[in-house]
Design a protein around this ligand. Structure first.
Ligand code: GUN
Length: 283
């Protein structure tokens, strides 16, 4: 192996510590601490684990966590009524509705109802539009975390060739927008792209978010590339990324591991977005 390992766990711990350090100043000025409401519908075990971690890390940063656990049979109307209540609550700066929602609920209808200025997930189309047009808004936490790791490793990204694998609204599209804003030259490839290795051969930066275990092979990479693996795939061998780590690590200059790479950055960025929301909503 030649690649450096990018330690997302350590970087995320540092980011959480910086957020925690800034909470007392907000509290002194606003007379309250920032508040994050997290809504979980149903009993999906992976979602329950995420929601527990979000609550714990929110409290550890000195912020208030409002947790709403609703049964799987909750109606869309009841969920939207809860979103309305959280939109109107001045103690709630950020609202996160954990996805996926049960099949009988229209996810888009619920996300559209969240006040864009409390949308710390950055999933509302108003925030997607703000990101696309260079306005201040909320950026989805996973791509924001990836950008922070890339800038920490590479500094200025101007002129670098970046390939984003995956075109989801949650990762691929906002990641491409962030890299474009950082003046990288960005290509988006996806499951229907012909000749994927052709695009990867020249990429200084690769962000893999396709949701397929070990999809990206080391021999496709440019030697010295920085590789960010967003994948979390459950296999018989445990959690693995979208990148074939062993072959990639012998070619790349730096690579994130799974677990311990991008994953911890997502919640840390959520806490950062909540503090930003608190300042904007109080100011
Ligand atoms: N489910 C998995 N990751 C996320 C996330 O970042 N936000 C929300 N709302 N749901 C998720």
């Amino acid at each position: 192996m030649t690649a450096d390992i990018i330690d997302g766990k350590a970087f995320a711990a540092g980011l959480r510590a910086r957020v925690a350090e800034l909470v007392p100043a907000f509290q002194a000025a606003a007379g309250r601490v920032p508040g994050l409401a997290v809504v979980l519908v149903g009993e999906d075990p992976a979602s329950a684990v995420y929601v527990r971690s979000k609550g714990k890390q929110t409290r550890e940063c000195g912020m208030e966590s409002f947790e709403h656990k609703l049964p799987a049979e909750t109606t869309q109307e009841a969920l939207i009524a809860l979103v309305d209540q959280l939109n109107a609550d001045p103690a709630v700066d950020g609202i996160l509705v954990q996805l996926p929602l049960p099949k009988h609920i229209d996810e888009q209808a619920v996300l559209l109802r969240i006040n864009p200025d409390k949308d710390v997930d950055g999933f509302h189309p108003v925030n997607a539009g703000r990101l696309a047009t260079g306005l201040h808004g909320f950026v989805p936490c996973t791509p924001l975390g990836c950008l922070m790791l890339l800038e920490d490793r590479l500094g200025d990204l101007t002129g670098l060739d970046a390939v984003v694998i995956g075109r989801s609204n949650i990762v691929g599209k906002p990641m491409a927008a962030l890299l474009t804003r950082a003046s990288a030259t960005v290509t988006i490839v996806h499951s229907r792209t012909r000749n994927l290795p052709h695009y990867l051969k020249h990429a200084d930066i690769v962000v893999a978010a396709v949701g397929r275990a070990h999809f990206v092979k080391g021999e496709w990479l440019k030697p010295g590339a920085t590789v960010i693996d967003v994948g979390i795939n459950r296999t018989d061998a445990g959690l693995v990324g979208d990148v074939d780590f062993d072959s990639a690590a012998s070619v790349a200059g730096a690579i994130t591991p799974v677990p311990g790479g991008v994953g911890p950055m997502t919640i840390a960025c959520l806490l950062r977005n909540t503090l930003v929301a608190a300042h904007r909503n109080a100011g």
